[in-house]
Each structure stands twice: as structure tokens, then as C-alpha cells.
Unconditional design. Structure first.
Lengths: 320, 253, 290
């Protein structure tokens, strides 16, 4: 019993640390560009926290979550600019629709295993991407479409600084909700299905139910962030649904550390900020980025945070 | 009425009859062992009873309900639980968490209370944890409660599976070779655990090679060979059965 | 009729390329259970190297040979330096490694060459051949003929040569193969070399039709993956059939339904097949043992 509390305290300590980092980071931001990159990192972190529930804890890969992000973005964009729906209502409606869509496709898809699942999610992502690119009368086609800024109860979010604080709070909320889930009977059932599927079933866990649930939860996370991104950016193109976007998200989760909520946050921060730093290398940017991706996964296959924790434990164990 | 009744059960894998026209009953409150040489169809029989395989023919009745074709998780709801010869441990969790998954059907597992960590959910979870710690003590793993399952020794994992199955509060518990791979001392410990479980009113069906254990704790024994029933009866009757001695005991003794 | 034939020609041409790519996925998957997301980049490198070398005045046969060798070396380097060190990693981890490799190779292509489109002259002129009212470009014959020849050669290699059989044996049972003295490391290396070579061949014959640039491999790679999954992972002939099905379906769909949705067709087929046959058309059924 003391252990639940101590584990919980450790997680809460992690959250406090994250909150402190988010609160203090702006002290080092020299101009609006820093805020802009930081908001991008926070957005990705929120998606990855959700995606990690599916990939890291549930053991189910998805190479199509960029599409859910894009559907949220386009849902908000179309509802606000074409039909004049208030932005928060549009965001909620998009999230509900994306959640329903994910629910409908989840059951047949999640029957598949390993690379077949990877292929199916990739396929769904590609189809959604191509639809967004082709149905120009709705989406503006490959040229994209403009989106109004986010306004809540008459207040309009205008500056990058405001966006920063909003998304920082949302990230903390996302982390808190995910921690709750992981340490609940729902999270245990999910992890059990990943650890030994039949072992979970014989004690009454309907494993496919939990996979479907996390597929929907992670899709909703992506959709909500997609809506925010659309309003923040003011302009969206179908590329946000592309294969690259989906791969980028999975890479963030795996690089940070699967089945580690704070790992996903770290992975998202690093992979968002890194390309900004690599632009100095011009033509060599992609090469260096690819090499870093390969190198990290070869030398730290468990991901950054779990490898780091293991290292610290070893050090401490050695001393005591 | 018997707790479990198997009637005319058969399973074929591409022309091979793993289990053939098998009928037997298990009375509530007894320890029922299934013995037979390797390949006699014992594990297949377990997989049929627990819903992992679908029978080619025959009926399986648990407490009056025909359960052939039901999924393992549905069967768990009807009061059946099991352990595995090849372990099915959640290696991504701690020992006590493994057992807590076993209690899945008996805790509040609604999505929204879990997501929001409502106080009622936290209380229920804490009670479940205490209960599972007691179960770990019961199988003699109290000191491993917080250990990662991946770091536990083989003998401990066998008992961890029993604790997990017990957390599901089954009426019928199926144990697939609980003593396989254990040394003599560990086997005797498992022995004692099984007796304690049965003493609490849980009906136990056991597949086991350790004859000393089988003869010592069983109320009833079913001997299989080539997927068919070879003999059935009390340990004394089975021990004296000529067919059994020829097919099985003779080869060992 | 002429229209249908025209679409079939187009479908068989692109289908042959998908088949080669799919076969590349299958060979590596068999040897290592790795899905190599850099397979498309092999195609790109083959095409880019040939196009730029001929543009620099090197005769076509020499350029082709050089491109094939280069791609093979890239494939072997990928295995040696990225896959082998991560042998025991998770499936997802290895997927990320090969995706990292594909980004790296695209970046390298950008540095070595550029971001422009490159053309390659058709191997035997541009006079269309007329068959029953449909026209067929000579290069399409090259694509189809060379692809089928490569596939036949591979079939011979895997079924008739000792080393080929040893490679197949490794895919069925790694431990048994090791006990029989088959060098698993060498099998891995050869499988990457072969897959890279197949990719290069595909890239070389298709470039006169489609142009090429550093990103040309992305879509081809994904279609090849679709072909391999459609046929059932690890089934070489399945991948070939899968590739042809995807190519023909795409051409027919683009012709009769909607050309804008051409690229979506492969994915619609694959989803449809996977929903009803979770292991592809010719895949083995996986069984959980407990």
C-alpha cells in the first residue's frame, strides 16, 4: 500500500518537475520564434502522450495518427470558416467525430498483428491524406485553406505567448489524465493485454476492448491538438495528414521511451526542436536527422528516458 | 450435479485427433487430476475447456451452462480460471500488479472514473491491492510483491500465476503442470498451496507429471492416452489399473 | 476494348515495379523479420545514379552496372551498420531504424545529387507499338521483361542453388539453420544485398517512364510494402502477385473511376483484403501457442 502511494508520489513529482520546466522555460525565450517552436513542441507532446497509451502500454503500433490530427484540424477549419461554428464547439464536435471514426475502424484493424497492423493503419492514414488533398471544394486541395484564430467567449488567442501558456496547461492536463489511466484497472488491463494476451483473457480481460478504447483515446488526443494547430497556424495543408507526419509522431514516442509518459514528452520536445537546430546545416539537415534517429535507436533501443533511468539506478545501486 | 461435465469432446488438427470422444465429470469441491504421457492431449483438453480452442465436436457444461465456443474472457465471468504450462505472465508489470489484473472482474473498471482518478476508484483500487498482497502471501510470494515480474525466478512465476488465477475468485481452477520445472522442495510448496486452495472450496483440475504430487493430493484421477480415456477413478484404482501401468506408470517406474 | 488494354499495359508496367519492391520486402522479411522502410530508397538510388551518370556522359551499360553496384553496397552497409547492431531490439524499434535510414538516404541523395527531377532516355527509342488499338511504349516492355527475368532468376536462386535454399531454411527456422552451419549473419547480408539490387533494377528500368528525384522512392516503397502484405508477408511469389494486382487495380481505377484517387486504390485494396484475410492472400496463419 505504501508502494502505490510512493509510486504515485514519484509520478506527481515528475509532473511537478514538468510544470516547473514549463513555467521557467520562457525565461530563456529571446523572441516570438522561441515561443512558436515551443508551442509546436507542446502540441506534439500532447499527441505523443496519447499515442504512447496505444503504442507503449497497449503494444499496438499506428502509422496513421497524422490523419487523426489532420481530421481534427480540417474539422475545425471547415466548421468555423464555412459554417461559422464557434471554435470550441467545432473542436469538440471534430473530436467526437474523429473518436467515432476511430471506434468504427478500430475493431477490424486491431485484430491484425505486427506488420499487418502497421500496414492497415498506414493505409487508413494515406487514404485520409489523399481524400483531403483531392476534395478541394471542402479542403482547398493541395494548396490548403485558411483558418480563423481561436476565440473563447469573445477572447481571441493572438500571440505566441498566449498559445504557449494554453498548451502548457493542456500538456499538464494530458499527462495527468494519462497517469491516471495507466495506474487504474483500465491501464492494467491494457498493459496485461500487451504483456500476455491469453493470460489476460483467462482472468476476464476483454483485451480487444481495451485496445479499441486506447485507439479511440489516442485519436481524440490527436484530433484536439489538430484543431488547436489549425487555429494557431491560421493555415493548413493536407501534408499534415501525410505518412511523414504519422511516422514523426511514432518516432517521438519510441525515441523518448515506450510505456513512459514523460519519455513521450521528452521525445516530442527533442524531435521538434532538433530540426530547428539542424537548419544551420542546410543540405545536410536530413542526413544528420536520419543518422541521429538510427543512432539513438541502435544504442538506446529502449528509448531515452528508460535508458537514462536504468543508468541512474545502476549508478545508485553501485554506490549503496 | 457436477460442476464440470465434458461429453463426447473431440478436437482435430488437420486430421490428427488430439482429443477423441472424451467424456468425464468433475464434482464440486474436489481435486481432479488428469494424467497421461506426453502428447496424450492433456494441454489440448485444457485449451478446449478454457475456450482457447473451439471443439470439433462435443459439449462442455459448466455449472449447467453449455460453454463450448465461448471465449476465455467470457468463461472467466462464469467462474473459470487457469494457469499455463508455458507461462503467461505480464512481464511488463510488477508481481502485485499481475495479481491485480486477476481481480479485473471484481473491481470498478469504468473508463471515466479511472481517467479522472475519482476518490471512489482510488479506494476500490487500494482495497484490491491489499487483497492481492494477501494472495501473494498465501502462495508464499509476499516478499516479491513489488518486484518486477521479469526479475522473478521461475518457481515464483508459477506461484504468481496461481495467485493471479485466485484473484479472479474462480469456482473452477485449472492448473497446467504447476510443478513442471520445479525442484522437490518447490513442488511440495505448490502441493501445499493447492491443498489450501481446495480447502477453501475451489474445485481444482490439475494436469501434472509429478506422480507423487498427483497421487498425494487428488480425489479423482483421469488417465488419457492418444486423446482417449484410458482409466478413471480414485488414486488407488488408477494406480492399480493395468492399462495405466502399461501406458504410463510402467514407463516411469 | 482498346481502352481496357491500354489500362492493362499501364497496370502491368507499374505492377512489375511494385512486384520487384514487394519481393525486396519479402526477401528481407524472410531473413530477419524486419520490414525495411528504406526499400523505396534503393529504387530511388538505382534510378538517380543511372540518370546522373549517363547525363555525365558515361555509356548506359556502364552507368547501369555502376548504379547496381552502388545500390548493393548501400544495402549491405545498411544491414551491417544499422540492422545487425540492433538484432535483438523490438519490432517497432527496428521499424524506426529503417525509417531513419530512409530519411538518411534521401538526405544523402540530396547532397550527392540535388533536389531536381532527372530524366533517362528510353533504352530502345520512343516509337509506340500499336496492339489492337492500344499503344505500348517500348520502355514498358523493358520494365515488364526485366522485372520478370529478375523474378525468375531469384526463383532459381532460392529453389535451385545451395545457398539460396540455405537462406530459405534460415527463414523457416533460424536455430536449426545455425545448427546446420548456415551463417545467419551472411544470410542477412546477402538478403539486404539482393533486395537492394532488386530495387536498383526497378529504379533503373522505370526512370525513363517516370523521371526520378530524391523523393521518388517514398510512394514506390509504400506500394511495394502493400504488395508484400497483400501477398502475405514472407511469401515471395505472393508479393509478386500482390504487386501486379496493385498495379492493375490502380490503372483500372484511375481509368474508370477517378484518376485523383489512383494512389488511394492500393491502400483501399489492402484494407479490404486484411479485414477478411488478416494474413494476406497467401500468408500463413499465425497460431498462438500456450
Amino acid at each position: 500500500m505504501s508502494k502505490t502511494n510512493s509510486l504515485w508520489t514519484a509520478r506527481m513529482g515528475g509532473m511537478a518537475l514538468l510544470a516547473a520546466v514549463l513555467a521557467l522555460a520562457p525565461l530563456g525565450f529571446a523572441n516570438a520564434y522561441y515561443y512558436d517552436v515551443a508551442v509546436g513542441a507542446l502540441f506534439n507532446a500532447i499527441i505523443c502522450v496519447g499515442l504512447n497509451l496505444l503504442i507503449g502500454y497497449g503494444g499496438q503500433i499506428s502509422l496513421g495518427h497524422g490523419a487523426f490530427f489532420a481530421l481534427g484540424a480540417y474539422g475545425s477549419a471547415i466548421a468555423t470558416s464555412r459554417w461559422g461554428v464557434p471554435s470550441v464547439a467545432a473542436m469538440a464536435a471534430s473530436a467526437v467525430l474523429v473518436g467515432l471514426m476511430a471506434f468504427v475502424m478500430a475493431r477490424p484493424i486491431l485484430r491484425l498483428k505486427g506488420h499487418y497492423l502497421a500496414m492497415a493503419t498506414l493505409g487508413i492514414g494515406m487514404i485520409i491524406y489523399i481524400v483531403l488533398k483531392t476534395e478541394a471544394q471542402w479542403t482547398g486541395g493541395p494548396d490548403g485553406m485558411g483558418v480563423d484564430p481561436l476565440s473563447v467567449a469573445g477572447l481571441t488567442l493572438a500571440t505566441d505567448r498566449q498559445w504557449y501558456w494554453l498548451s502548457a496547461v493542456l500538456l499538464l492536463l494530458a499527462v495527468w489524465l494519462s497517469l491516471n489511466l495507466v495506474q487504474s484497472p483500465v491501464g492494467r488491463a491494457l498493459r496485461a493485454g500487451h504483456g500476455a494476451e491469453i493470460g489476460a483473457q483467462v482472468v476476464g480481460v476483454d483485451t480487444s476492448h481495451y485496445k479499441v478504447l486506447m485507439f479511440v483515446v489516442s485519436a481524440v488526443f490527436a484530433s484536439v491538438v489538430g484543431s488547436l494547430f489549425a487555429h494557431k497556424n491560421g493555415f493548413i495543408t493536407p501534408d499534415i495528414a501525410g505518412f511523414h507526419r504519422s511516422i514523426e509522431l511514432v518516432t517521438m514516442v519510441v525515441l523518448g521511451g515506450m510505456a513512459s509518459i514523460f519519455g513521450a514528452v521528452i521525445g516530442a520536445f527533442i524531435l521538434t526542436v532538433l530540426p530547428q537546430m539542424l537548419t544551420a546545416f542546410d543540405d545536410y539537415e536530413a542526413m544528420i536527422f536520419g543518422a541521429i534517429m538510427m543512432g539513438t535507436m541502435i544504442f538506446l533501443p529502449k528509448g531515452l528516458l528508460p535508458s537514462l533511468i536504468l543508468l541512474i539506478r545502476k549508478r545508485m545501486g553501485g554506490r549503496s | 450435479m457436477s460442476l464440470l461435465a465434458v461429453d463426447g469432446l473431440s478436437k482435430e488438427f488437420g486430421g490428427v485427433h488430439a482429443v477423441q470422444d472424451l467424456s468425464f465429470t468433475v464434482e464440486a469441491g474436489t481435486i481432479h487430476s488428469i494424467i497421461g504421457p506426453n502428447g496424450a492431449g492433456k494441454t489440448t483438453l485444457f485449451n478446449l475447456i478454457t475456450g482457447i480452442y473451439t471443439p470439433s465436436a462435443g459439449r462442455i457444461v459448466l455449472d449447467g451452462t453449455d460453454i463450448a465456443g465461448k471465449s476465455p474472457s467470457q468463461l472467466a465471468r462464469l467462474g473459470m480460471s487457469r494457469t499455463f504450462q508455458n507461462l503467461q505472465i505480464f512481464f511488463n508489470m510488477s508481481a502485485v500488479e499481475n495479481v491485480m489484473v486477476g481481480a479485473h472482474l471484481h473491481v470498478d473498471r469504468r473508463f471515466w472514473p479511472s481517467l479522472l482518478r475519482l476518490p471512489s476508484m482510488v479506494r476500490g483500487d487500494r482495497a484490491c491491492r491489499d487483497e492481492c498482497l494477501r494472495l501473494l502471501d498465501f502462495v508464499g510470494l509476499g516478499h516479491y510483491a513489488e518486484a518486477e515480474a521479469a526479475a522473478m525466478p521461475y518457481g515464483g512465476l508459477k506461484r504468481l500465476e496461481i495467485a493471479r488465477a485466485l484473484a479472479a475468485k474462480p469456482k473452477l481452477l485449472l492448473l497446467d503442470e504447476p510443478a513442471a520445472g520445479l525442484n522437490a522442495t518447490e513442488s511440495r510448496e505448490i502441493d501445499a498451496v493447492i491443498k489450501k486452495v481446495a480447502g477453501q472450496g475451489v474445485t481444482v483440475v490439475l494436469v501434472e507429471h509429478d506422480m507423487k504430487m498427483v497421487m498425494g493430493i487428488s480425489d479423482h484421477i483421469l488417465a488419457l492416452d492418444y486423446g482417449r480415456k484410458l482409466a478413471e477413478g480414485t488414486p488407488a484404482q488408477v494406480r492399480a489399473n493395468a492399462d495405466v501401468i502399461a501406458a504410463y506408470l510402467g514407463a516411469h517406474a | 476494348m482498346a481502352e481496357l488494354l491500354q489500362y492493362l499495359f499501364a497496370g502491368l508496367t507499374s505492377g512489375a515495379i511494385y512486384a520487384l519492391a514487394g519481393l525486396g520486402f519479402a526477401i528481407i522479411y524472410n531473413a530477419s523479420h524486419v520490414i525495411n522502410f528504406a526499400q523505396g530508397e534503393f529504387i530511388m538510388i538505382g534510378g538517380m545514379a543511372t540518370a546522373t551518370l549517363t547525363a555525365a556522359g558515361i555509356p548506359l551499360p556502364a552507368a547501369i552496372l555502376a548504379a547496381m553496384i552502388l545500390t548493393m553496397l548501400v544495402g549491405m552497409a545498411l544491414e551491417k551498420f544499422a540492422i545487425e547492431p540492433a538484432r535483438n531490439a523490438d519490432v517497432v524499434t527496428i521499424i524506426i531504424i529503417t525509417i531513419g535510414a530512409s530519411i538518411f538516404l534521401r538526405g544523402a541523395a540530396q547532397v550527392v545529387w540535388d533536389k531536381e527531377f532527372h530524366a533517362l532516355a528510353p533504352f530502345s527509342g520512343e516509337t509506340p507499338i500499336r496492339i489492337l488499338g492500344a499503344t505500348l511504349m517500348p520502355q514498358s516492355l523493358w520494365v515488364f521483361g526485366v522485372s520478370m527475368a529478375a523474378i525468375a532468376l531469384l526463383w532459381w536462386f532460392f529453389n535451385r542453388t545451395l545457398f539460396g535454399k540455405a537462406m530459405l531454411a534460415t527463414s523457416f527456422n533460424r536455430l536449426a539453420a545455425q545448427l546446420m552451419g548456415i551463417g545467419v549473419k551472411r544470410v542477412l547480408l546477402v538478403s539486404f544485398a539482393l533486395s537492394a539490387l532488386l530495387g536498383a533494377v526497378g529504379g533503373i528500368v522505370v526512370t525513363p517512364i517516370a523521371f526520378t528525384n530524391y523523393e521518388a522512392g517514398i510512394m514506390l516503397g509504400l506500394k511495394g510494402f502493400s504488395a508484400a502484405v497483400l501477398g502475405g508477408l514472407g511469401n515471395g511469389m505472393g508479393a509478386v502477385v500482390g504487386g501486379l494486382i496493385v498495379g492493375i487495380a490502380e490503372a483500372l481505377g484511375a481509368g474508370y473511376v477517378s484518376s485523383a484517387y489512383k494512389d488511394a486504390i492500393a491502400f483501399v485494396i489492402i484494407l479490404f483484403v486484411l479485414f477478411f484475410m488478416p494474413n494476406g492472400l497467401f500468408g500463413k496463419k499465425g497460431v498462438d501457442r500456450v
